[in-house]
Ligand binder design. Structure first.
Ligand SMILES: NC(=O)c1ccc[n+]([C@@H]2O[C@H](COP(=O)([O-])OP(=O)(O)OC[C@H]3O[C@@H](n4cnc5c(N)ncnc54)[C@H](O)[C@@H]3O)[C@@H](O)[C@H]2O)c1
Length: 353
């Protein structure tokens, strides 16, 4: 049995956090493995309507049991629950867990709208329970170094950022393409990471204006229920800085993925980019005039760090953390990107220009 003394909260727990895992598809099992490897928590039970997925999860935790659903998980005297279900279920499931007095680590997005995200945060606050969301790119060494540079003022005033996430494949599960289950397309799936990286680096600045263009299969979206596979958005901050976001599924990008977050300030720049089209390998550089200086190179095993960080804080006895209130700002921006897109019947020219 582990003894964990967490000096940050001056508390001692005699045993690892007791966790339930709700939704153990690809990412659910990946994060479950990372948490269990840390020895900060034990898996008490898993719940997933897919028997195959639940059985696969038990290979990671042979002592855990399979239960039918969220209610069954919540009857097990858990410390926390890890949610990795289709996106539209996140808010409701998180609220039910928090209202039962169970801490939550949820996959992104926390909600499909700012209202949903705010309701989850309110439930965490009122239950005084820790709420975490898997905004995993914050935990790359590259983004941490860039944030440090920005926050120390070494890049001067950041007046622009270019944020890009093209996934050449797009999701392979059908629920991602049903807006009632996913909440949207590439913006809520991939853009959420980019916007979070920028807001987190810039200390959650106020937004003045958002404009966006959403497309599906090369044409402007003309129905609210359509799920976009290409998006461009401009987020103008109250201090005049401009964040330009581009993201997509199934773009003919010439490689698996193009992922970057570039920040430009009055005293220098910083660049975070995937290497060789990889979804996992990133390099970061500091930019001065025409010179570049490496901040970090792969490898960096960052994927499970947000989950492990939450498990460590839970095991250390941390209650509600007001930092989760920023999740509502993130959801509001995504909502405004969807809300500001003009629904139009204009079709882009199909022939050569
Ligand atoms: N943080 C990240 O970088 C990251 C990466 C990938 C996916 N995600 C998010 O993780 C979530 C899951 O994505 P995925 O790719 O693993 O999808 P998935 O379809 O592989 O997994 C979802 C699982 O949830 C199960 N499920 C469905 N309804 C359920 C319910 N009511 N209760 C319990 N389980 C239920 C499904 O059977 C499936 O096993 C999505 O919200 C996605 O946006 C986040």
């Amino acid at each position: 049995m582990n003894t964990i003394i967490d000096k940050r909260f001056n508390q001692t727990r005699l045993k690892p956090a007791r966790l339930g895992f709700l939704g153990v598809g690809w990412i659910g099992r990946n994060r479950m493995e990372a948490i269990l490897r840390s020895n900060l928590a034990e898996a008490v039970a898993v719940a997933d309507p897919s028997e195959a997925m639940a059985s696969e999860a038990l290979r990671l935790a042979p002592d855990a049991k399979i239960v039918t659903d969220l209610d069954a998980l919540l009857s097990l005297d858990l410390d926390g629950i890890v949610i990795a279900t289709p996106s539209a279920l996140h808010a409701e499931q998180s609220i039910r867990a928090l209202q039962t007095g169970v801490a939550v680590f949820c996959q992104k997005p926390l909600g499909r709208s700012a209202t949903e995200a705010a309701a989850v945060v309110a439930a965490a606050r009122s239950a005084n329970k820790l709420l975490g969301v898997d905004l995993s790119y914050r935990h790359t060494i590259g983004m941490q170094r860039i944030r440090d540079l920005i926050r120390r003022g070494e890049l001067g005033k950041i007046f622009a950022a270019d944020l890009v996430f093209h996934n050449a494949y797009g999701p392979d599960k059908s629920w991602f393409y049903d807006k009632s289950l996913s909440g949207g397309g590439c913006v809520i799936d991939l853009g959420v990471h980019l916007i979070d990286m920028a807001l987190w680096c810039l200390d959650f600045p106020q937004v003045a204006e958002i404009t966006s263009t959403l497309m599906k299969a090369g044409e402007f979206i003309d129905r609210l229920e359509d799920v976009e596979d290409f998006a461009v958005a401009t987020i103008t901050l109250a201090n005049g800085a401009v964040l330009r976001l581009t993201c997509s599924w199934r773009l003919q990008a010439g490689c698996d993925a193009v992922i970057s977050a570039d920040f430009f300030g009055t005293a220098g720049g910083a660049s975070f980019k995937n290497v060789g089209g990889s979804f996992y390998d990133f390099a970061a550089q500091r930019l001065r005039g025409t010179a570049t200086e490496s901040l970090t190179e792969p490898p960096d095993d960052w994927g499970g760090r947000a989950a492990v960080d939450w498990a460590a804080r839970l095991a250390g006895g941390q209650p509600y953390d007001p930092a989760c209130e920023r999740l509502v700002d993130l959801a509001k921006i995504i909502e405004d990107i969807y809300g500001s897109a003009k629904l139009t019947s204009i079709t882009p020219e199909t022939g050569p220009i």
